[in-house]
Design a protein around this ligand. Structure first.
Ligand code: URA
Length: 233
């Protein structure tokens, strides 16, 4: 692996920054200062240091954010800033969100640079559970529990898979789904004659945002990463 990629993946800096660090003779491989940004190293065997501190290499990174309203879960800047702009390391690690939350949806969002895992987590065949707390515009009827369980035709002839709905109080419901169609929760409620006023994803697989205020993020711990990797197919 090229040293510049290795250092960027390890979080030392962007590719451009690590090129500068190499030019400035701040990087050593096996005790020798290096001068080439294209030097190939073996991440398992070679010892790399930056400013005389050993570099700990991780190819993949996993972050959890409590997404606030007003951010897009897309890496392309459009009308709203991308959620990645809230995580300073996002560029260096090339993080992208696993799935989408609408700009007005808050809550649990995983970001990673592990494309294979993201693909597995988003594949409806693997039944990753997502739980949403919805506030609706009129009192909820218990009939919805059945309707959500049976599946709903959400506009484009797509019938949703069985979903769990728990009525918390007149206007609050908790919905559990295992797929992720565009605006799925809002469209399921619309199919039953309700509008969603606000939506928060409280859980994605086993992950939730306990301890994170809106806009706050953290890197997953090794135990969580191992649990997440069980979804890899
Ligand atoms: N369903 C929605 O309607 N919006 C989201 O952001 C996520 C699920």
């Amino acid at each position: 692996m090229r040293i510049d990629r290795y250092l960027a993946n390890a979080g030392v800096g962007t590719r451009r920054e690590v090129h500068r660090y190499i030019m400035d003779k701040r990087v050593m491989v096996n005790g020798n200062t290096i001068k080439s940004i294209s030097l190939n190293i073996n991440p398992i065997i070679d010892r790399v240091s930056f400013d005389e501190e050993p570099v700990i290499y991780k190819e993949f990174r996993y972050f959890l954010i409590n997404k606030p309203v007003g951010y897009m879960s897309s890496t392309i800047e459009e009308r709203y800033p991308p959620v990645t702009s809230l995580i300073p390391q996002a560029d260096v690690f090339r993080l992208f969100p696993v799935g989408r939350l609408d700009v007005d949806t808050t809550g649990t969002l995983l970001l990673t640079n592990n494309g294979k895992l993201a693909h597995s987590l988003l594949n409806p065949r693997f039944h990753v559970e997502k739980v949403y707390d919805a506030v609706v515009d009129r009192p909820l009827s218990t009939k919805l529990i059945d309707d959500f369980q049976k599946g709903l035709n959400i506009n484009d002839e797509y019938v949703t898979s069985p979903a769990g709905l728990e009525i918390i109080d007149d206007y609050h419901a908790r919905v559990s789904i295992h797929e992720g169609k565009y605006h799925q929760i809002k469209r399921m409620f619309i199919a039953c004659g309700y509008n969603v006023i606000s939506l928060n994803r409280s859980q994605f697989a086993f992950l939730d945002c306990t301890g994170l205020k809106e806009g706050e993020y953290r890197e997953l711990n090794p135990e969580e990463v191992n649990k997440l990797l069980l979804f890899l197919r």
